[in-house]
Ligand binder design. Structure first.
Ligand SMILES: NC(=O)CC[C@H](N)C(=O)O
Length: 219
């Protein structure tokens, strides 16, 4: 279902929970035709899929009850481009630390994420980040009970990190395994799978969505 370069690809937004409307609006601004996806038949029509923020355990349960888990795993394994933000990053990860036992992984990214990593002490924070592949200056990143990427495999390109000095000082003081604040990975790409720990859909800046639309065009 490859879309010719310059064409307007059809990109789905998984619409079980979370910031669906915001992603639809940003994808449209970034040059895609955006549609909500709740059923397998809708999934089969899209050239790429956004997995929005929300609550990853709930979304994983909803994927099962809507009978989307296996079809979505199959499409991702088959190379469908996907973009996960926050809870979407958690779902795409190979493994989620601090997940519930019934949390399902979609497995498009060879990363280990830590859920609510920044959010133990601060529910949200905002920073300006350099973002590889996004021109035009730093991206304003809004983190809401956000995960970070704790381990990234060799095939994973790190696109953005929060520098140690900007990591909220008291994040996870109670976990000795985590230690002193250090730079944290918050945006990655592996092939045509893109993910951010933050929420580019709510800042009015569609550059990250443009990057994803390009990945879909190239796929
Ligand atoms: N804004 C978000 O998507 C938060 C993610 C949520 N803390 C989770 O673990 O799923």
């Amino acid at each position: 279902m490859a879309t010719a370069s310059g064409a307007r690809p059809t990109i789905g937004v998984l619409a079980l929970q979370g910031a669906v409307r915001e992603h639809v609006a940003m994808l449209e601004r970034a040059g895609a035709h955006a549609v909500p996806v709740r059923r397998e038949a809708e999934l089969s029509e899209v050239d790429g899929l956004v997995l929005p923020g929300g609550e990853s355990t709930t979304m994983s349960r909803l994927l099962e009850s809507f009978e989307l888990l296996e079809p979505l795993r199959a499409r991702i394994a088959d190379g469908m481009p996907a973009f996960g933000s926050c809870a979407g990053l958690i779902l795409l990860a190979r493994q989620a630390l601090d997940g519930r036992p019934d949390q399902q992984q979609l497995g498009g990214l060879d990363v280990v994420v830590r859920r609510n990593a920044f959010g133990r002490q601060v529910d949200s924070f905002e920073v300006d980040l350099d973002f590889a592949g996004v021109g035009g200056g730093p991206v304003h990143a809004v983190f809401i009970r956000a995960p970070w990427v704790e381990k990234a495999g060799a095939g994973v390109e790190v696109l953005a990190t929060v520098p140690a000095a900007l990591v909220p000082g008291d994040s996870m003081p109670e976990d000795p395994a985590v230690g002193e604040p250090e730079a944290r990975i918050v945006a990655v790409r592996q092939g045509s799978v893109l993910a951010t720990a933050f929420h580019p859909e709510i800042t009015g800046d569609e550059r990250v969505h443009r990057l994803f639309v390009e990945l879909v065009r190239e796929a």
